[in-house]
Design a protein. Structure first.
Length: 322
């Protein structure tokens, strides 16, 4: 069965030098595989039966760089991704654009170029930029561009601001603080809150064609969905529907990094199996573990095929194998 993985990261020496990103402390040393886009990555995909990776630049990509550095670096990354990496192995790689979101107008232009000229499938945005969420009016044009182009935005976590890091994650032993502020817990709460901000600010009512993908089995939102309806949807807001309605109608989610049966069941109940797509979160998670877990899930063949590839084909506009 064809398998497409949507949240699969890569880096380049230029990007890592510009951002100073160091992930060598993480379990499994993902830094040793992040910049490999050749034989080793393909072998690991083959070993796990993964046919296609949709590549995205590792967080925070260029989002926290000054505009005079972020814009040309994003352009360079997107051009190289499309014309070298994907073009060299078009049956195995596709990609999301990197956007210089510190300059929303430039980000909108780069999204349009990346989709129309380079053939990329949408964009990955890494959470808030400089502490500013996508519900801020300055990002309205960028979101409308995505909707007009009929491409999704994959909303991925970003590192916390210094204020949040100090208040919540300081004073902990060893690498516990960095782990909790990122993949251990903090990232998932931040993206869940980000989505709720967009909903309650009316973003999806104003831009009904906007489609957002989130990872990690819904970034905690399945656990809080009913609670949000009880305590947020019941308020006198200007949104047209309960919060849970927007989750089921504007949000898709992937399995990236969350290979756990209970959270999967809850996410399926909250969003619907037709909103779920397979992902690994490579190289931060293991391809084989992800695939073995997915293959053990109690699913009909129709649902398994949808999660494995057909929903992604529809959402991303990829050629269907059916």
């Amino acid at each position: 069965m064809r398998t497409i993985a949507l949240e699969e990261h890569y880096g380049t020496p230029e990007l890592l030098a510009a951002t100073g990103l160091d992930v060598s402390w993480l379990p499994g040393r993902p830094d040793q595989r992040l910049c490999d886009l050749g034989d080793d990555r393909l072998r690991r995909m083959d070993d796990a039966g993964i046919d296609v990776q949709v590549l995205s630049a590792v967080t925070p990509a260029v989002q926290e760089l000054p505009a005079d550095r972020a814009i040309p670096l994003a352009q360079s990354l997107n051009t190289e991704l499309a014309e070298s990496i994907i073009a060299g192995t078009p049956d195995r790689f596709s990609g999301f654009a990197t956007l210089p979101t510190g300059d929303p107008e430039a980000a909108s232009r780069e999204l349009e170029r990346s989709v129309r000229e380079l053939g990329l499938l949408g964009a990955m945005i890494h959470g808030a930029t400089g502490g500013v969420f996508l519900d801020d009016p300055r990002y309205e044009g960028l979101l409308r561009t995505a909707a007009d182009l009929d491409v999704p935005i994959y909303l991925h976590p970003e590192y916390p601001t210094d204020t949040i890091r100090t208040a919540y994650y300081s004073g902990l032993p060893g690498s516990v603080g960095p782990a909790l502020e990122t993949a251990g817990m903090g990232w998932h709460f931040e993206i869940g809150l980000h989505i709720v901000r967009m909903i309650t600010q009316g973003v999806f009512d104003r831009i009904p064609g906007l489609r957002i993908i989130i990872g990690h089995l819904g970034e905690g939102l399945p656990f809080y969905s009913q609670r949000l309806d009880d305590f947020v949807s019941a308020l006198d807001t200007d949104i047209a529907h309960p919060v849970s309605w927007y989750l089921r109608n504007h949000i898709w989610e992937t399995t990236s990094g969350f290979f756990y049966d209970g959270p999967f069941t809850l996410a399926a109940e909250t969003f619907g199996l037709d909103r779920m797509m397979f992902s690994v979160d490579y190289p931060f998670s293991d391809n084989t573990r992800a695939r073995e877990w997915f293959d053990r899930l109690d699913l009909s063949e129709t649902d398994r095929a949808a999660i494995s590839h057909s929903t992604a084909e529809a959402v991303l506009g990829l050629p269907s194998t059916r």
